[in-house]
Design a protein around this ligand. Structure first.
Ligand SMILES: [Fe+2]
Length: 564
């Protein structure tokens, strides 16, 4: 019997299916629709699952939606009608879109599967974040669970404790519009980046600046009481504007061209100041969680937890024993939290246990064999395709990877990546600027085997677990500057990934690389700038042609694209 969790209608719709006996399948709607961050009801994911797993009412135990639809709709409506004239534009938009949201979840799902109503359950937004988080740790009662995101069901921050019998207690909540997540997204918009996608760029940009606007930002957001000053915002008044003229007066004109040096420096200072305010706020929130719960270990989830520079900065404060951010702390990972809710509801005392970062489908479940033959031809330089791959990497080749099961979070962690030798400066720059079309201020991430980590990097042990899925930054040691300076960010940090699984192809490549004079690869996601990560072999082919990548490593060998 399958449990299914669904996250949809707001950002990055996703579905997770499990039978809790080894069959798991995490999917994002964007993989099929090719619309980055697709928020529509994930009917393409569900059609895929129905076909592959022969889903029907009889073999589905429960389907859980990640939040409570009416509560979610009502909370925004309720806030808007407090000041209907001022919020008129937003209110009309909200009412007009009543039938496009999650309220019609049951209707939408019934168009695809004729499922009994009693098999549909609803979690709540922050609880879904929390329940995914608790899947990646042992001894659940040792931790306090902190969630922080833009807004979900009218809540922006929550603190939970969970006992060993999985009794969950929400011990503190903060409410909309008091949201540090929405402040950061507003700064993202102000700087000219896309909300829900560009927050990573603000984080990278912040390392180039100084937090000279900290005092101004402290008037916008109270870091001790977690309250926001709405005079600086418009997101509550209009569906298309995030900041007000007051914010424009304080920080100057928005959307400047940052390829000009003066603009770049100014925006880097604004990004740095916003990052500082986020870090102060999160430090205070975590301190509050520890004070209220008496616990020193934290699981942090919600969209804000994707800010790995914040995780790194928090680790420097030495205020907690351990902090774990699950691999997919944003809304798409909440599909797994929702499945956990469904499972816990039935079992009462057991949860799903998922520490794997590869919960997506295996590549052979996605593709037909003939697709490989249509688009690619196998290369046999020697009898060992790992040696072939490493030889090409050492010679400066950029190589794509497409093997194993898909990653669960927003970052490619080896199975759907693009690699180059981190020692080769030319290849690193070519990959970042020309192939991936990233900003020069966005660094590429290194990947290496776990046992070599301490030779090149240092990190506070309290956040070390997050290195397995690039959930934190770490510091570069002198040895890294000596050998791999092109992958170090301007502030001396790296978003490093360590590989522990000795049976994985990524581990074998890295081990072989070491025997040939290099031990770190650059690892970036297999997509172009604004596109979703590749999903099927057609995407692989098209992306390789667009980026002019010749070689792709698959489960059974090294392939090159055919000319068709
Ligand atoms: Fe969320």
């Amino acid at each position: 019997m399958y449990y299914i969790g669904i996250s949809a209608y707001y950002h990055e719709s996703s579905v997770f299916l499990t039978n809790n006996r080894g069959t798991n399948c995490f999917l994002k709607e964007e993989s099929f629709s090719r619309i980055k961050g697709d928020k529509n009801f994930p009917h393409r994911c569900l059609k895929f699952l129905i076909k592959k797993f022969d889903l029907k009412n009889e073999n589905i135990k429960s389907i859980c939606f990640y939040e409570k639809p009416f509560k979610s709709w009502w909370e925004v409506f309720y806030y808007s009608i407090k000041n209907p004239l001022q919020n008129r534009e937003f209110l009309i938009h909200h009412l007009k879109n009543f039938n496009k949201g999650s309220i019609f979840f049951y209707t939408d799902i019934n168009k695809l599967i004729n499922i009994s109503r009693n098999k549909i359950v609803y979690s709540s937004h922050h609880l879904s974040h929390c329940l995914y988080g608790l899947s990646v740790i042992k001894n659940v009662s040792d931790y306090v669970y902190v969630t922080c995101d833009g807004v979900g069901e009218g809540e922006t921050m929550t603190i939970y404790t969970i006992d060993n019998d999985y009794k969950i207690r929400k011990i503190w909540t903060n409410f909309y519009p008091n949201s540090i997540g929405l402040l950061y997204s507003t700064v993202t918009d102000y700087l000219g980046f896309e909300i829900n996608e560009g927050e990573f760029k603000v984080m990278s940009l912040s390392s180039f600046g100084k937090p000279i606007y900290e005092e101004e930002f402290k008037k916008v957001f109270d870091i001790n009481n977690f309250t926001i000053n709405m005079d600086y915002f418009e997101f509550h008044k209009s569906p298309s504007k995030s900041f007000s003229n007051k914010l424009r007066k304080v920080f100057g004109e928005p959307y400047l061209n940052i390829s000009e040096e003066a603009n770049f420096n100014k925006y880097a200072n604004i990004a740095s100041s916003a990052q500082s305010i986020l870090e102060y706020t999160m430090k205070n929130l975590i301190q509050k969680a520890m004070d209220l719960s008496g616990k020193k270990k934290i699981v942090l989830a919600g969209g804000v937890a994707l800010n790995c520079k914040m995780v790194y900065s928090l680790s420097k404060q030495n205020i907690f024993e351990e902090l774990i951010v699950p691999p997919s702390p944003g809304d798409s990972g909440s599909a797994i939290g929702a499945a956990n809710f469904a499972f816990l509801e039935k079992s009462k005392t057991k949860i799903l246990d998922f520490s794997s970062i590869f919960l997506g489908p295996k590549k052979n479940l996605i593709n037909k064999k003939k697709d490989k033959d249509n688009f690619f031809s196998k290369i046999n330089l020697t009898n060992d395709f790992i040696i072939d791959t490493v030889t090409k990497l050492i010679n400066g080749e950029i190589i794509a990877s497409y093997y194993g099961s898909n990653e669960v979070g927003p970052r490619s962690l080896g199975n759907t990546s693009i690699f180059c030798d981190a020692k080769n400066k030319g290849a690193v720059i070519n990959l970042n600027l020309n192939l991936k079309k990233r900003g020069h201020f966005q660094p590429l991430a290194p990947i290496l085997v776990e046992e070599d980590f301490e030779k090149y990097f240092s990190i506070n042990k309290s956040v070390v677990k997050n290195l397995e899925w690039m959930g934190t930054l770490c510091d570069a040691k002198q040895e890294l500057y000596n050998k791999y300076s092109s992958i170090i960010h301007v502030d001396g940090t790296c978003r490093t990934q360590i590989v522990k699984d000795k049976n994985s192809l990524t581990y074998k490549i890295l081990k072989n690389l070491k025997e040939n004079g290099s031990d770190i690869l650059v690892n970036t996601s297999f997509n172009i700038s604004k596109d979703p990560v590749v999903f099927d072999l057609y995407d692989v082919y098209v992306n390789m042609k667009r980026m002019n990548i010749k070689f792709v490593l698959m489960d059974d060998g090294l392939y090159q694209t055919k000319d068709i």
